[in-house]
Every structure is written in C-alpha cells, then in structure tokens.
Design a protein around this ligand. Structure first.
Ligand code: MRU
Length: 352
C-alpha cells in the first residue's frame, strides 16, 4: 500500500510533497487558501487530477475563514490563477462554485468538504476505469508476442502520484500487473522537472520492470521496434482531440507515428475541454528559466542543486506541448476507449 497524495486531516489538508521525491518522502500540511495555492504553483502537488482535487480542498480551507459570496469568488479566482494548462483545475473549481454558490454561507463549509471528498473518491474510481479501458489493447498487443513482456513507453508522471489513486497512463500498467500480464516500461526522464523520476520511483515501489531513459533516446527505441505502444496522460484535451501534455509528448507521438507504434492518451472526462476548439487554443504554461538552468538531486546522501547553465543564459521553458489528434490512436477514458474524433459521442451531456 502506497502513501496518499492528498487527504483531509481535520480542518486541514495533508499532501505528499512531491518536490522532495524521489529522494525524500515527506508530507506537508495545507491550512489556508494561500497554502493550497502555493502547493499547486510550486508543484508540491502536480498532475492534472491532483491539481483539481487540491483546488477543491483549497476552496474549503478558504471558506473556513470567510464563507461569504465575495470570499468564495475570491478563493476561486486565486486558485484558478495557479497553473494555466491543466483544465481539471477549472473543472473542479466550476464544480465547487455550482455546489456552493446557491447555499447560505453557514452551510458552505461542510458542503465544501463533502464535495472535496466526493471529487477525491470519484477520481480513484475514474482512474481504475481508465485502466480497464486500455486493458484490451494491452492484452491484444501482448498476445501478438506472448514470449516477451509488453513494452510500454510513457512520459512525465501520470501515475498514482498525479491523482488520488491508480494514475491515468499508469493505471493500465498496474491493471496489467494485477492480471499477470508482464510489462516493461520505458520511462523518459522528462526534462526539465524530471517527473520521469517519479514514475521510476512508483514503478520500483510496485516491483514493475522499467528503465529510465534520457528523453532523447525515445526516437531510437521507437525506430528499433523496442516499443509496443506509447501511453501518456493529458492536461487538456480539446474538443477536436488535440491533446496538451507534458512537453516532449509531441515528439514521442511523431516518432511513434513514423514507426507505426500505437500512441494512446489516458485521461478522465474532467480533462476534456469541449469549450476549447483545438490545440492552438490551449494555454501553455511557461515556468521560467530557473527550472532549465538548475537541476536537483543528491550529492552523496544529501539533497542538492546544481546550476548547469550560468544565470545569464537566456532560456525558454514551455511546460507542455500539444499532440495533434491525427497522431493519437485512441483516448482512454472512464467511459471507454475511442479515437480522438469520437470523444464528443462519449460525453454527449457535457459537450456544448
Ligand atoms: O507539470 P505537471 O507535472 O503537473 O504535469 C503533469 C503531466 O503533464 C501529466 O502527464 C498530466 O497531468 C496527466 S496526470 C494523470
């Protein structure tokens, strides 16, 4: 049993502080709206579903101090400005607003906690269902070569650390392990924040075979036929199926297409933005040059930072990229697996 990424602890929230991982397992307590906003912005919590759930908890923390209409609106505005790309943040805040705004202020705090708990619980069930949506693909590809493990490539971290449980892209990997289907996972390090190290840590904890690779090795492995499928998570899927995910995803999709390797996105309905017509309309976060110039790790046994470029070095740090729908074989959701162009049919009641 692994640690939990986020839970209510009395009148506060406890989160697993992902800025310490994989070297240091520590948690931190969020007691205020400012704490919740800081946790999202600084990536103590990260991954689209976990960002959304933390924002929902942040609303409850804010209302404990002041449950007026103005305070509710202010809390939502503050949290909505923390990170721009993952639409789950707005999905969760819209859901909190819809639930809480019609209530009298005196009823809002308990209702906010209840809605937060519901979002967390639903996320676990949703992600388990996403895993099941991809299992037939895993089974069919493995059946073609039963003599070897299924070779999955992923990018960033879309495992349980990025959610309330199971993960999205890693959910079918965990489901495969439970079903006795052998998997071997290529994990790209995911510069500059190195979320691949989180994936490698998760998979090691779960005793799932995997290999950490430099991001730039992915093309060669795909070209050599050493990958059976690529599965990544998503931060925002546009109405036409174009998908924003961690920067570097697009390059993997291109190389997968060129080598006839299927490329799947695993994402919950809360990551689909039917108001966003296509990938060009998805806001891409720029996280600033420090993440490119300075890397973090261990010096001996101690956490340490190392500047790999001078402070004067000009940088650019787009944190996400957009994979066009034409490069995506299918999108696995809690409602099933469909080609990107058929998403609207699956979510007819949310589509506008
Ligand atoms: O910047 P991050 O670490 O929050 O980015 C995370 C990703 O891009 C994930 O792939 C995505 O949120 C899906 S998480 C289930």
């Amino acid at each position: 049993m692994h640690a939990r990424t986020l839970f209510r602890d009395g009148e506060t929230l406890t989160v697993l502080d992902q800025t310490g991982l994989p070297h240091e397992l520590r948690s931190c307590r969020l007691a205020s709206l400012a704490d919740a906003a800081h946790a999202i912005r600084s990536m103590q919590v990260r991954g689209a579903p976990l960002i959304g759930a933390t924002a929902a908890g942040g609303v409850a923390l804010a209302l404990r101090v002041d449950a007026s209409d103005e305070a509710l609106a202010q809390a939502i505005t503050t949290l909505a400005s923390t990170r721009p790309t993952a639409v789950n943040l707005h999905w969760a805040l819209d859901r909190m607003r819809a639930r809480l705004a019609p209530l009298a202020p005196a009823e809002r705090v308990s209702a906010a906690w209840a809605e937060f708990e519901a979002i967390c619980e639903e996320d676990v069930a949703t992600n388990a269902a996403i895993g099941q949506s991809l299992m037939p693909v895993f089974e069919a590809l493995h059946a073609a070569h039963p003599e070897r493990p299924l070779r999955v490539m992923t990018h960033c971290n879309a495992g349980w650390l990025a959610t309330l449980g199971h993960g999205t892209a890693l959910s079918p990997v965990y489901a495969a392990q439970r079903a006795g289907l052998p998997v071997d996972v290529w994990v790209s390090e995911t510069r500059p924040r190195n979320q691949g190290l989180l994936t490698a840590w998760e998979l090691r904890e779960a005793a799932i075979p995997h290999r950490l690779i430099a991001d730039n090795a992915a093309g060669l492995l795909l070209a050599r036929g050493e990958v059976d499928l690529v599965v990544t998570g998503a931060d925002r899927v546009a109405a036409n199926g174009d998908t924003a995910n961690k920067v570097g995803t697009y390059l993997k999709a291109l190389a997968a297409k060129d080598n006839d390797v299927p490329f799947y996105i695993a994402a919950p309905g809360s990551t689909i933005d039917f108001d966003c017509p296509n990938g060009a309309a998805i806001p891409i976060e720029d996280r600033g040059g420090e993440e490119v110039r300075v890397i973090h790790g261990l010096a001996g046994a101690e956490p340490a930072s190392l500047a790999i470029a001078t402070p004067e070095t000009d940088t650019a740090n787009p944190a996400f990229d957009v994979t066009p729908a034409r490069l995506i074989t299918g999108i696995a959701t809690e409602r099933g697996l469909v080609p990107p162009t058929r998403l609207a049919g699956l979510f007819a009641e949310v589509r506008r």
